[in-house]
Design a protein around this ligand. Sequence first.
Ligand SMILES: [Zn+2]
Length: 275
Amino acid sequence: MIVWVCTDMEGLAGIDQWDQCYDPDDNSPAYRYGLEQLTAEVNAVVAGCFDAGVTEMRVLDGHGRNGNKGFILEKLDPRVRRVWFTQMNPLRLEGLDDSVHAVAMIGQHAMAGTLHGFIDHTQSPKELCRYLINGQEQGEMGQIALYAGSLGVPLVYVSGDEALCDEARRLFPHVRATPTKKGTGWDTCALYPPDQVRTQIRQDVAAALRHVDRAWVWRPHPPIEVTVEWAWSGRADPIAGVPGVKRLNARTVSWMIADPRDVFTWPSESWNPPR
Ligand SMILES: [Zn+2]
């Protein structure tokens, strides 16, 4: 059994400050501490996967600020095979293909606009207000679920704050979720004991994988409508100018995608609308 894991940092056990995820200095104590938490949580999910009989782990560092260098390699479980964001446009996720049996996401945050979601956002904090797939508000969890689903691969497990776990229960009730903390404001939260959370993650991901043959795959019929409401109209202008894009109001644009893996690709000059 092959499991593909996407990591992020905002939702990790042990993370309760913006600097731990975003300090621009690679060597700042806060950011180093953040990378320690990331590596520890990867190791917890890897242990749970191998408990459940997994034979191959592919792990993507999904936190943009890390530039694919977020894991502390000497502390990372050596059974992990690291994979990457491909550099081409449209954006593709290495190692996530139809040979994978299940997808897990750890350290995740709630979608943009979620009350008491710790650093809630979708791609661009403060720039992107709402993101919808076929008219339903979604966040990065939904984007990955859609991408994986198009390959016939189910999202089976997530970890993150209580707001992210609520989002999973609401949109993907078959996904098992482990809460790591409770958000109290945009960048404030109350942590749960990180070691206990990681023990729970190990148990929960193993439990999620035991029923992987019966897991639900999100596979809406293409073409799929993507709608984005930006924080201000200037951000919508260049996208609205691309042929095939609809402008719903000053700040909101929508377009169709034929391949669900184009879920991360904003229309630009080189973009061709589906026919
Ligand atoms: Zn992130």
